[in-house]
Design a protein. Structure first.
Length: 345
């Protein structure tokens, strides 16, 4: 019997990569002897580099070395040389459909609603009323997997021992007196998905009074944001913005008592770590399929007729009010933290 060579493509946002990891595990269960590779962006490579179900991680630098027609052609040649027998497109981009068809992969599975759906040999529905984790698991149906228990397959990020050691070193100075650590992540890719800076600062003050040691996290591009929150917190939060890469933040998430995030990649990292978490949804809504998973997650939001105002949020409120951000109160989030703490106890 020919050993399958399977390619899973996910070059969308970092949170989407985290939500695709259950599909990686399900593929390995279905094909224990196959060679399984995953194609991701350069930024996402570190998130799946140590995943035990993957044999290889390939990179599509679609905004860098692989951009344009020349880059597309080079990527096609690389994939053609790998002689993949099955490809699964975990995203709906036209580029993905074109690349998989041009690479000559004989069986190509993708979503029926994708713009390039006609380029796939097998097309599966993408129900809007399901979580994206479950929609992605639906790609297994043409491979004979009619049902996957989502409770068994949760998102997970596997980091190496050196990264775990870095996380322990980073957090050690802040584990004073045994106070539980709260990771506050005020960033998100779009402004209308970010709870206000002043609110995060005020939250840090009340959580500090509740006995938590608050730590602020954000990417290198979010240093100004975490610095603003730290200033608003008045000394009640430690600014660690820009000090963590993605694998390190994943390791940190596994060591804190609770995480408070916006709808963002850190929210999905908290889910993967299986820790108590509070997710603040502003312009977007969990019903779009990207909410936090697991028994220790609580969403805080305001039920407004204008939500969601777009698929990803945006830089400006279409109504000019920012109500979805401003009407979520510090008291709401503080109560949610207490709730997930009690639930996890």
């Amino acid at each position: 019997m020919t050993r399958e060579r399977i390619l899973l493509v996910q070059t969308a946002f970092l949170g989407d990569v985290v939500l695709t990891t259950p599909l990686v595990d399900a593929l390995r269960r279905r094909f224990p002897d196959a060679t399984i590779a995953m194609l991701v962006t350069p930024a996402a490579r570190a998130l799946v580099a140590h995943h035990p179900a993957l044999d290889r991680v390939l990179v599509d630098d679609k905004r860098g070395a692989d951009r344009g027609l020349g880059g597309l052609a080079r990527l096609v040649r690389r994939l053609r040389a790998e002689r993949f027998t099955i490809a699964l497109a975990a995203q709906k981009s036209i580029r993905t459909g074109l690349v998989l068809r041009a690479a000559g992969i004989p069986r190509r599975i993708g979503f029926a609603t994708a713009p390039a759906a006609r380029l796939y040999t097998d097309r599966v529905p993408r129900p809007l009323d399901r979580h994206d984790r479950d929609r992605l698991l639906g790609l297994l149906a043409p491979l004979g997997v009619s049902h996957v228990d989502p409770a068994v397959l949760q998102p997970r990020i596997v980091v190496d021992p050196a990264t775990e050691a870095r996380a322990a070193t980073l957090l050690a100075p802040h584990a004073d007196g045994g106070r539980p650590l709260a990771a506050l992540c005020p960033g998100s890719a779009w402004r209308t998905k970010r709870w206000p800076t002043a609110a995060f600062g005020a939250l840090a003050r009340v959580l500090d009074a509740d006995g938590y040691r608050c730590l602020l996290f954000g990417g290198p591009e979010e240093r100004a944001l975490t610095a603003s929150v730290a200033a608003a917190a008045g000394g009640c939060a430690v600014d660690l913005g820009g000090t963590t890469d993605l694998p390190l933040l994943a390791a940190v998430m596994g060591r804190v008592a609770v995480a408070v995030t916006n709808d963002s990649a850190p929210m999905h990292l908290a889910t993967a770590a299986g820790i108590p978490q509070v997710a603040i949804f502003c312009a977007t809504v969990p019903a779009q399929g990207y909410g936090p998973l697991g028994p220790h997650a609580v969403v805080v939001e305001r039920d407004l007729a204008c939500r969601p105002c777009g698929r990803h949020g945006g830089e400006q409120c279409p109504r000019g009010t920012d109500d979805c951000m401003e009407l979520v109160t510090v008291a709401d989030v503080r109560a949610a933290v207490a709730r997930v703490h009690a639930r996890a106890a």
